[in-house]
Design a protein around this ligand. Sequence first.
Ligand code: C2E
Ligand code: CA
Ligand code: CA
Length: 759
Amino acid sequence: MRADTRKAGRTGRDTMGRTDASRVLAIGTVVVLLVYIVAVLFGDMARVDLFGAWLGIVAELAAVAVCVGAVLRTRWSQWQILLGGAAVAVYTAGDLSYLLALDGEESLAAVSLADAAYFVFYPLMLGALAMTLRKLKGVAWPVLLDSLVGALAAASLMTLILAPVLRSGAAGGTPFEVVVAVVYPLLDLLLITAVGGLLTSRGLDLGPRWPLLIAGLILFSAADVAYALGMQDYAVGSIIDVGWIVGVVGIALWIDGVARAGTASRHHDRALPALTTLMASTTAAVAVLIIGCQVPIPLLAQILAALTLLLTAAPLVFRNRMLRILATTDELTGLPNRRGLVADLPRRVGGDRVGALLFMDLDRFKDVNDALGHDVGDALLVQVSERFARQVDAGALFARLGGDEFALFLDGATREEALTAARRLEAALDQPIQVGTASLKVSVSIGIALTPDNGTDVTLLMRKADIAMFRAKSDRSGHHVYSSMDDDGGARKLRTLQELRVALAEAQFEVHYQPKVRLTDDAVSSVEALIRWNHPLLGQLPPASFLPLAEEAGLMPAISALVLEEAVAQVDRWRTEGLVISVAVNLSGSCIQEGLPRQIRLLLEERDIPPECLVLEITEDMLMRNPADAARILARLRAKGIQISIDDFGTGYSSLAYLRDLPADELKLDRSFITAMRTDRRAHGLVGSIVDLAHSLDLRVVAEGVDNEATRAELRALGCDLAQGFHFARPLPAADVAPWIRAHTPAVPEDDTLVAQRI
Ligand code: C2E
Ligand code: CA
Ligand code: CA
């Protein structure tokens, strides 16, 4: 996994330009709105003020433009913005048609063509709000019910407030007109309560400007109420218009804010306390009923209040269900969590029912979290879960177990089908994942347990899938089907550990040396020490087969001490042979301790070896994990003249800027980079840039894993200093090193001694 920092700059600038334009548009809209408000307030209230009315339309049109900008910026991809924008546009169209149809009158007949547009506004706006609900999956129902209770209570209150209009309906407009005027405030309240319901639900995001939305809707409905109460006296350009227009502009600015925030951000902290809607609704309903006992109020208001109280009980029932759902749902991804998996598995496993349980664990996810932060880690997990979900058939059980672990149960799947599924899941991560400006390449290790073959007990099956997953991880094989051989893993581990202790005591370790070749003239002035284990039964073992266990068991400092001692002794032997050469020793994180500088100083003094002859290779991710302490100790070593090399560079997440502060002399580009270079132009460019940057920081660059001539030539052209790899030499036993160098060094000094210069 690796962070690609290059692309970020460009796309960042693009959106920046657009954001500037949209900001100007939003500010412009607010300015027009203010001018309009001033015009209305200071105009002649008694007269129809057409100038003011047209200014209002301009403000609304600007709001529409803001919405269009938001839609374009999000590339038509967010329903929330599309529907909200459409709502604003439709409403503006309604106002425009109203004003055009006015033809010198103060107001239109209470119901006009414009009303059709006004009505369409509500379903669109409710739709926009409903879109935020989609993210909530299993817990959407209780939220809707909360909103419904709120709406009922609000309707009951409104019926009370609008009672005069209702009662004198016959006196004013036609009953139909009254209905139209009363329905608007009710619809407004439905919107407001929907927003209230959404705000009270956990994990929902109404965007950074949600107060604008609420304020807009409140003003909007206040205007509707005012209109309903004084329908007969309404004239265009009155103060009521301000409510509507400010409301529309508020909604537009909210939409703009949603587009600006993007989809990644979540604002848990903004949620109102749960139960707020319910409490407010109950209070309102009780109040209406009490008033109804004192003075005559419409029957409808009382019925609505009673319904509110009845329905309040329902969310409590739902709330229980929701609590259960929440307890078995992973909050981040909306998938079932471990509890959910354990609860669901028993009905799928047992008897001779066939199926496969897959455990997925992302490789090196911890590094992402450590280096890029938890927000990025979370966003990455969400995207990974979405990609996996796309590979999963409906009906299969797909869960997140926690951290970077997922599980999938495939009912009726045979071994072959399980393997196919595993390969599909792996392929789903082929393309890098974009999180913010970083492009992350992730891979996954998958363990597979089959039922009934590997057992019919849920706990047992999960354990076996887990064991298989660990096998897949340690073998780096991608996926692995459980076999009983894996199971004595624990016992085998113990045996190996025992053997490792014996190996240390009996000196079964041997150090091999791989030359680092200077690309300009093929000269060799240093070698890397690589440990081998001559196992009495298994033969020579590579470090990858035992170092992880040694690290886990705390044997690493002992092993490193051994390699250091052997390498320094070997340098001494070579020096007496006339071969002046430096040696690089790999150090794991656990070896970088306070005592290290002293230990190394004694070692070098004992044999009178100049400190420049020792290079310490530290992996990048180790430095990232403990930067401050490690850097301090390394700086001390470096001050004494010992060279520091950053190993496996490019596999971790250190930013290039961080390099500047590292006490290092050398950068070793990871093998994966060099391999990728041949097929991937971007990798090629990246290697070139890293070489240039390293040089500007006074670091020399070593390419690892160079195994063919073409790569050597390319690296040389890119200005890389040194290269190491099978193309030049495999790691050699100590005795073979001097002969190899003699055979491969172009200009051997006359007296047959090799004096290698430092680079
Ligand atoms: P590393 O430090 O990245 O060492 C380079 C590894 O790449 C060596 O594997 C080397 O044999 C291999 N290699 C070199 N050229 C090529 C090539 O052209 N193609 C391919 N495919 N591989 C190439 P090795 O010796 O198995 O070491 C593996 C890792 O074990 C090392 O990676 C290092 O991290 C660790 N290691 C080895 N010896 C020690 C040690 O004494 N102490 C510590 N702490 N770690 C060690
Ligand atoms: Ca190394
Ligand atoms: Ca390396």
